[in-house]
Design a protein around this ligand. Structure first.
Ligand code: C5P
Length: 411
């Protein structure tokens, strides 16, 4: 059996109207359009005349595979009401880039070109409006622009914020348009039911690294992908997420506070003092069972004739059991979820682990089959029995696991 699943299409079935106003960031909108389509969405591009100065409608048409709309007087449309038709069929309107001028128009309710007209005409309760500002840092800081951003939020738009760094004008600061990946995340979040709104989730992920000396150490093959997927999915569903992560080669999930640790002791020190303030604790980290008791302060040198180094081990603290114990002692509301990576007898080992750690839910997986991969299969064990989550991407499994946790918490 090969461990391959269908590519994730988190926006399958969604229709996004992508509006471009004038700004050099239009080049990023081409990538955004492509990203939306790869994520399964259909994309209808609407451009202002100014946007056409920065990127050709031909490019956007080729990428979206649809006619691009620019004018409200386009008589190719039978009823000549593009602003109504386009805004009624959309699941969301995303304006990227949104210029200072278009922000001002939207804040005022102006409607003298197709894009602004369509925004004013949108059924506001049904179709979210997302705005990705893009401009020079002085423009972004201008009180009028900031006032317009606040006004747009008060009127129900989602103002996505700006990036920070080098700008096309040569200056450095706030005002760049967010990157296509960041926009994709924020668009997906806007379209995800916020089932975890108001909740705080603490998640551990990745391996630990136990030092032998300042240059060597003992670790394991956890890539962190499962824990990072859970963190991203929980954030997407509206939770406030803190991720405590061992050394991994993954980008921090967007809008997730990530605390980097190395050893099991670091992990315990990071989690234990804060755990009581959370609603859910998901221990996905592959914590080393032992650390080196006689770790050296200096690099252990290889020398001819010298005896081989001999390592002594001592047991690491069990973070999950400690948090679960604290939880029981305080009789709080923290729901603890453990993971078990086994190489055989998954059900037997995982069931025993759940009882030993005294937690309500244990998630088993076959470690060697999933280490480093984008796919996994999970076995959920609680006091009612077993539930299988068959082979799927870790992103999809994270969404299913969040639902499973919610169901058990509401029980
Ligand atoms: O290592 P083990 O298979 O016992 O891990 C089961 C669960 O306990 C995992 O959720 C893991 O993150 C957690 N754990 C822990 N601290 C340890 C060992 C494991 O939190 N020292």
């Amino acid at each position: 059996m090969t461990l391959t699943t269908q590519v994730d299409k988190p926006l399958q079935g969604k229709h996004i109207v992508l509006g471009l106003s004038g700004g050099v960031a239009c080049y990023k909108s081409a990538m955004l359009c492509r990203g939306l389509i790869k994520a399964g969405a259909t994309v209808q591009v609407v451009m202002t005349e100014s946007a056409c100065q920065f990127i050709s409608p031909v490019t956007m048409q080729a990428l979206s595979n649809r006619q691009v709309f620019i004018s409200q007087w386009d008589n190719a449309i039978p009823n000549n009401m593009a602003h109504i038709n386009l805004s009624r069929e959309a699941d969301a309107i995303v304006i990227a880039p949104c210029s200072a001028d278009l922000m001002a128009k939207l804040a005022q309710g102006h409607a003298n070109d197709l894009l602004s007209l369509m925004c004013v005409a949108r059924p506001a309760q049904k179709v979210p409006l997302l705005v990705a500002p893009a401009m020079n840092r002085e423009m972004w800081e201008h009180p009028a622009v900031q006032r317009n951003a606040r006004q747009l939020e008060q009127d129900g738009a989602i103002v996505l914020g700006v990036g920070q760094g080098d700008q096309a004008c040569g200056e450095t600061g706030d005002g760049r348009m967010l990157e296509p990946d960041e926009l994709l995340h924020d668009i997906q979040k806007a379209l995800t039911p916020p089932i975890l709104k108001g909740q705080r989730w603490l998640i551990t992920a990745g391996p630990t690294f136990e030092a032998i000396d300042p240059v060597r150490g003992i670790t394991n093959r956890s890539s962190g992908k499962m824990g990072y997927s859970i963190a991203a999915a929980a954030q997407m569903a509206g939770a406030e997420v803190v991720l405590v992560s061992g050394p991994v080669a993954l980008a921090c999930p967007r809008h997730v506070q990530t605390i980097a640790i190395e050893s099991a002791q670091d992990l315990l020190n990071a989690c234990l003092p804060i755990a009581a303030g959370f609603d859910v604790f998901v221990a996905c980290a592959a914590v080393a069972d032992w650390r080196v008791a006689n770790a050296s302060d200096q690099k252990i040198k290889k020398e001819a004739g010298k005896a081989l180094p001999s390592l002594e081990f001592t047991e690491n603290p069990d973070i999950l059991a400690s948090v679960a114990q604290l939880e029981q002692a305080q009789n709080g509301q923290l729901f603890c979820v453990g993971f078990a990576a086994e190489s055989e007898n998954l059900q037997e080992h995982a069931s025993a682990k759940r009882l030993r750690k005294k937690i309500p839910l244990l998630v088993g997986n076959i470690g060697p089959a999933t280490f480093g991969k984008d796919e996994n299969a999970l076995l959920l064990i609680d006091d009612q029995g077993l539930e299988q989550l068959p082979l799927a991407s870790k992103t999809q499994l994270a969404i299913q696991l969040i639902d499973a946790i919610q169901k058990r918490r509401n029980h």
